[in-house]
Design a protein. Structure first.
Length: 126
């Protein structure tokens, strides 16, 4: 398999045994991002909207490092510890993506790494 590892300092470094993203052909698989500040590697402070924005900023930085943008997203998966924030995800997501929107799934989960309330991953088609 011919694959390229994507990495940028504009998004948090991986905190485990994974890469920020992997490109295989014209497809880029971006690992799940939580609201970590790329500079401090710490969870950001702030309300859920700020956390969601930080996650999308991280995804955007990795997409750019891969030679694309969030406009290349084919699929997005959202993980929330409280599905009550689903409308807020829609609101913020509409500021980062344009129509036609990517396919998306949203899942309620019991917990996420580092106690995050949101994690999002995506797949780009370049």
């Amino acid at each position: 398999m011919n694959r390229t590892i994507i990495s940028t300092t504009d998004a948090p470094a991986a905190i485990g045994t994974y890469s920020q993203a992997v490109r295989v052909g014209d497809t880029v698989y971006i690992s799940g991002q939580i609201p970590l500040d790329p500079a401090t590697k710490e969870m950001i402070s702030g309300d859920m909207e700020a956390q969601i924005r930080r996650v999308f900023d991280n995804l955007k930085a990795i997409a750019v490092a891969a030679g694309g943008s969030l406009d290349h997203a084919a699929r997005v998966t959202v993980y929330l510890t409280d599905l009550g924030h689903f409308a807020l995800v829609n609101k913020v997501m509409s500021e980062y993506f344009t129509e036609p929107y990517p396919a998306r799934a949203a899942l309620g989960v019991a917990s996420l790494p580092r106690g995050a309330g949101v994690e999002i991953d995506c797949i780009l088609s370049l």
